[in-house]
Write a protein that binds this ligand. Sequence first.
Ligand code: PMP
Length: 379
Amino acid sequence: MTSPALPSAAAPALAARPQPKPWIAAIHAYVPGKSTGTDGAALIKLSANENPLGASPLAQAARAHAGDQARYPDPDSVALRNALGHLHGIATDRVVMGTGSDELLNLAAQAFAGPGDEVVYVRFGFSVYDIAARRCGATPIVAPDRDYGTDVDALLAAVTPATRVVFLANPNNPTGSYIGREEVARLHAGLRPDVLLVIDQAYAEYVAAEADDGAFALAQRSHNVLVTRTFSKIYGLAGERVGWATGDPALVDMLNRIRGPFNLSLSAQATALAAVADQAFVEQSRAHNARERARFVAALATLGNHGLRPLPSEANFVLIEFMGALTAQAAYLALMDHGYITRWLPGQGLPQCLRITIGTPEQMDHIAVVLAQLAGAAA
Ligand code: PMP
């Protein structure tokens, strides 16, 4: 009797390996903003839309006495949820915390979509939506943009009977584009009540109060709207990984079932709680961003004859389109030589664009001067 041939140890049969689900294997990993140049040297980081003012001094101080590291943190982040509810006038059972809003975007797709279902978002939408859709086996459906911005009609036209979730970033990353209250309401009104509308407001605190898109109000009165927010941007706590979402308690309940049981660390809860209490810092950050963004955009406006166009932005960054002799890639590399790492986006279908986070006044002045020199030299 001969024994069956064993697969050679050197070349194990492919089928003998764990096989990833095809929808997982199709995912391209998220590409984070870089902090170093090609030679590994640290650069001024304007590639990840962080707060150039850092975090509130109260939040910094809270980190030192966050609690006993040997103990698990509060699994439900109760104090933080209460504080957010109080600040925004939202009942605590309508608030769920996430390890960054990234976790919540993924959980929202996972809870409401699966194989055979469709998840819709606009072209040049936030790159996590593609990952969130695929990782639960759903099919991402990309609606056309309107001059890089959100086109509500196109989004609605992309909805089919298989649609389960629609993602809208407002303001959007990487474009900075924003749609107002009427357009958001029109989008919601055009969706079936069984389609979940996720309004990702990672940059909402940068928007002037009078331009509010009404997402919180919509989440309060609808069963199918979830709004996500983050402490990574205006609160300056990207390193602590704190996001939150609000919506109907039934939606919140589903996300609670599948989130990490202790998803916010001790220091995440303590620093975010202190940060919520310092709304003066939030206001200071908003004012800084509005002022510096306006100055930067005005400086770039003079370069229109060189084909540079800053796209309208309501966020803490500006996406610049390069249609002249100076390319976005050349500007990206030259800015690196001047000590700045920005975000060139060929992987997101935007090789003609550079996204620059709003930094300090000195940094923005310097970058505007460098871009003017480069554009002039390339002409
Ligand atoms: N949504 C948008 C539109 C973003 O730009 C980001 C950060 N890049 C996030 C969500 C996720 O941020 P975080 O996980 O840090 O909350």
